[in-house]
Design a protein around this ligand. Structure first.
Ligand code: NAD
Length: 264
């Protein structure tokens, strides 16, 4: 029980990687607030957390809105007593580039708002509370796409490198206050995110023409993952548990790739 007595907030926890992080943290003893646009799906995950014997809240929140974070943090303090861990996981893909001239301004605006600015809003709102408590763990979900400079999704790739850079800046600012800030860079997972991406790649023709989305995904796993296996939400969840635990008290400003060796 590495997170016994802790309270965590996970954005985008209604499905996929976020749900994996929620369930791993709950198994390690944390009470959890799940903040997502999809509040009905979040409520189902909250029920799974309660079935593990932990407290859980499902909160409708849009991470692009600073006021939603203020309301979320107040509600969690009231209902669950405090906040120890913040996981900024909510994120969206951008439409395909390949080449980048296929992208339009809206592709950049969307990922900038959901993937990057949201983390600024969340951390600006939580930092004074964590500083006052002289404790706090912030975990930001980035991606191998940042490190890999992906021509498939230029705005997304740039946004995720932005997440890593901002993670390191905040880690420097907050280190003296006993606050750890780290990023996790997941590899390639068969969540709704990749199912939609693979569907677009199959429909885009070229080398993926005629493949099912799952075949596109498996061909990418085989092409880029040295360990030749896809990652799972639990793979990311256990990494998040470690970074949120006291075992990682001296780990800060890091971007941990959980990717079967893609980036090495
Ligand atoms: P997903 O699409 O399955 O889940 C994303 C969740 O975020 C959804 O529940 C969605 O409702 C929520 N969300 C989206 N916009 C939101 C908003 N404005 N406010 C609140 N919630 C919002 O995707 P996933 O694969 O679970 O991805 C989770 C994170 O992991 C994302 O940041 C993604 O970029 C990153 N990631 C995914 C992969 C992968 O292969 N799936 C790889 C690397 C990084």
């Amino acid at each position: 029980m590495r997170l016994a007595g802790k309270v965590a907030i996970v954005t985008g926890g209604a499905q996929g990687i976020g749900r994996g992080i929620v369930l791993c943290m709950a198994k390690e003893g944390a009470d959890i607030a799940i903040a997502d646009l999809k509040v009905e799906e979040a409520a189902k995950v909250a029920d799974e957390v309660k079935a593990l014997g932990r407290k859980a809240l499902a909160v409708k929140a849009d991470v692009t809105k600073p006021a939603d974070f203020e309301a979320l943090f107040e509600m969690v303090k009231k209902e669950l007593g405090k906040i120890d861990i913040l996981v900024n996981n909510a994120g969206v893909a951008s439409r395909p580039g390949n080449p980048f001239t296929n992208n339009v301004e809206q592709d950049w605006d969307l990922v900038w708002a959901v993937n990057v600015k949201s983390i600024f809003f969340a951390c600006k709102a939580i930092a004074p509370y964590f500083i006052q408590r002289k404790a706090g763990k912030i975990i930001n979900i980035a991606s191998i796409a940042g490190t890999m400079n992906s021509p498939n999704m230029p705005p997304y790739s740039v946004s995720k490198m932005g997440v890593v850079t901002f993670t390191k800046i905040m880690a420097k600012d907050l280190a003296a206050h006993g606050i750890n800030v780290n990023a996790i860079c997941p590899g390639i997972l068969w969540t709704a995110f990749w199912q939609e991406t693979a569907d677009r790649m199959a429909k885009g023709g070229g080398q993926y023409a005629g493949m099912t989305p799952r075949q596109v995904f498996e061909s990418r796993v085989n092409a880029i993952v040295p360990m030749k296996r896809e990652q799972t939400p639990e793979d990311i969840g256990w990494a998040a548990v470690f970074l949120a635990s006291d075992q990682a008290r001296s780990v800060t400003g890091q971007a941990l790739h959980v990717d079967g060796g893609v980036v090495m």
